[in-house]
Design a protein around this ligand. Structure first.
Ligand SMILES: [Zn+2]
Length: 257
């Protein structure tokens, strides 16, 4: 029997993979830490993160990395899965998020800035937090967390030159693959900044998929997967609203992006 014939009824055919209504919820996090100052609202406390992961489990949802989510979508078995992502590669993802994910048997993807290993988020105005070293990224990968690229230096990619795209998109993939000893399947646009040229560069560099933030609906696809921001304010009630409103939220925000 062909694999096509073996497909379950109601599964997503390949041609339908990119349709918005088939894309499961993908959560966007940055750090998991108690911080005194957080003007960009990048961190959730470990306690809040634990509540959010427990909320997913209580509702029969399984947190997974985006690569696994894409594989599931291809096979039409994405029901009940939620993508969990961490941008920038903060040390606190290894220290605080990983144990909590492991306690639920969840996966996730961490998007790492290949040229800033062991550095800080000095592109942000606001407090400075440490980024994982090469060693720490290796530990996260060894624990089963998918490692993706968040560029080489965290520049905005909309309007970037061919040379910049080669370094930020292509070279970062090669460097991270060497670091973790595995293929790097996912890319994540710094600040969600992208255009058609950037999306093409990501595809041409060999990535399977890329995460955006508020992607224009017309651009939504494997090279621009929309995600929803999850922050400290998101307790059980807000998690329920975000889940229920996910598709209309993505479509609405995407119209303005
Ligand atoms: Zn970032």
């Amino acid at each position: 029997m062909s694999s096509y014939g073996a497909r379950r009824a109601g599964s997503v055919p390949r041609s339908g993979l990119l349709q918005l209504r088939h894309i499961p919820m993908i959560l966007m996090y940055h750090g998991v830490a108690e911080v005194t100052e957080d003007p960009n609202k990048l961190c959730v406390t470990p306690g809040r993160f634990a509540e959010q992961m427990a909320w997913l489990e209580r509702h029969g949802l399984q947190g997974v990395g985006v690569g696994s989510l894409i594989d599931a979508m291809r096979d039409g078995r994405q029901r009940g899965l939620v993508g969990i992502t961490f941008d920038d590669g903060y040390v606190n993802v290894l220290e605080a998020a990983l144990p909590e994910l492991q306690s639920h048997g969840f996966g996730a993807t961490a998007y790492i800035i290949s040229g800033r290993l062991g550095g800080t988020n000095d592109w942000d105005e606001g407090p400075s937090w440490p980024l994982m070293s090469a060693d720490e990224v290796g530990k996260l990968a060894a624990a089963g967390i998918e490692i993706g690229s968040h560029s080489a230096t965290h520049i905005r990619l909309a309007g970037a030159s061919a040379g910049q795209l080669a370094a930020e998109v292509g070279a970062s993939r090669t460097a991270l693959a060497a670091l973790v000893g595995a293929e790097i399947r996912g890319f994540c646009y710094p600040c969600g900044s992208m255009d058609a040229t950037a999306r093409r560069a990501v595809r041409d560099a060999g990535y399977d998929y890329a995460c955006a933030v508020e992607a224009p609906v017309a651009d939504v696809g494997l090279m621009a997967l929309p995600r929803i921001y999850i922050g400290q304010q998101d307790g059980a009630a807000r998690m329920a609203v975000k889940r229920r409103m996910y598709r209309s939220y993505i479509a609405h925000r995407g119209r303005r992006a």
